[in-house]
Design a protein around this ligand. Structure first.
Ligand SMILES: NC(=O)c1ccc[n+]([C@@H]2O[C@H](COP(=O)([O-])OP(=O)(O)OC[C@H]3O[C@@H](n4cnc5c(N)ncnc54)[C@H](OP(=O)(O)O)[C@@H]3O)[C@@H](O)[C@H]2O)c1
Length: 273
């Protein structure tokens, strides 16, 4: 039987995931949407163009579906949403959570969901890694490691371009090298974002304010397990500088601007002026 699906949490990620599920997923219609701020759910329903409905409460969104997919901002949001969820009968349902939480929280929620007779799947990122046999928290741990890779890559690309600029070879030539050695995302994406000036002028890939919260978790995790993550800490400091210059909605690739300032260059490159 085609499963009925409810989607809870319609920020940028939740909207993108629910749109993909709506357009390409094998799910029963209507798709049920729920968001704390109802207006956003209504706007999203209209943008999807029909065959969706907005639930009044979390409980009704859960009661009306077989699969409940969540994408919430933080642990507080996940905890309060699951408190509402546990107030209704969830036996036989499947909960898929794309929120970023600590691994410990994912394991604890999963345990409570299992005890209530339902299933829990942690899907915190876009990439598929087989974690069969592991606890759900392993997916969150890996997601945080993925964030480490992203931040370290942005820092590397930013420093490479500033180095090229300062030593006289120039960013255009560095771009050619970058395209030859790392032609694919993520390097290619960050390369474009920086040299085109999108890092200060474009729509953010991820806002620095959100990145700072997430990177705080990763730093804590590294501290707790005794891992040295110096490149990550440097990137995190650069995020703070980016926020000071361009505000909380600046893009994470504005790390480039921070490295430029540290090297005696203006925050913004010539792409705009
Ligand atoms: N954005 C990205 O590029 C990205 C990339 C990878 C992973 N993620 C992860 O995906 C998740 C969602 O990201 P996002 O950018 O879509 O998040 P977001 O817009 O900040 O928040 C998502 C939803 O959480 C709800 N929410 C916040 N606090 C709540 C509370 N106390 N109780 C109930 N609902 C609450 C918000 O409802 P309201 O509308 O009422 O505020 C919003 O709809 C996060 O965990 C994030 O770390 C995001």
């Amino acid at each position: 039987m085609t499963p009925r699906l409810s989607f809870i949490g319609l920020g940028p990620m939740g909207m993108a995931i629910s749109e993909s599920l709506f357009r390409y997923g094998e799910i029963a219609r209507p798709l049920v949407l729920y968001n704390r701020t109802r207006e956003k759910a209504e706007t999203h329903r209209l943008s999807l163009g029909g065959d969706c409905r907005v639930a009044d409460t979390i409980v009704s969104a859960v009661d009306d579906s077989d699969v409940i997919w969540l994408c919430l901002q933080n642990e507080e949001a996940v905890e309060s949403t699951f408190q509402a969820i546990f107030s209704t009968d969830i036996q036989g349902k499947i909960f898929v959570d794309s929120s970023t939480t600590s691994p410990e929280m994912a394991d604890s929620i999963a345990q409570r969901v299992l005890e209530a007779g339902a299933e829990f799947v942690a899907v915190p990122g876009r990439n598929t890694v087989d974690l069969s046999g592991e606890k759900p928290g392993a997916a969150l741990l890996l997601k945080l490691m993925g964030n480490f890779l992203i931040m370290a890559t942005i820092e590397t690309v930013a420093e490479a371009h500033v180095f090229a600029d300062k030593c006289g070879i120039g960013t255009k030539t560095m771009e050619k090298l970058m395209r030859a050695v790392f032609p694919n995302p993520p390097h290619a994406l960050y390369n474009d974002q920086m040299l085109s000036g999108e890092y200060f002028a474009g729509k953010p890939l991820v806002e620095v304010s959100k990145a700072l919260l997430l990177t705080g978790h990763v730093s804590e995790m590294a501290k707790r397990c005794g891992a040295s993550v110096k490149i990550y800490e440097i990137a995190r400091e650069h995020l703070k500088v980016a926020k000071e210059h361009e505000g909380p909605d600046a893009d994470i690739t504005a790390i480039y601007g921070a490295v430029r300032v540290e090297s005696g260059l203006p925050f913004r490159n010539d792409a705009e002026s």
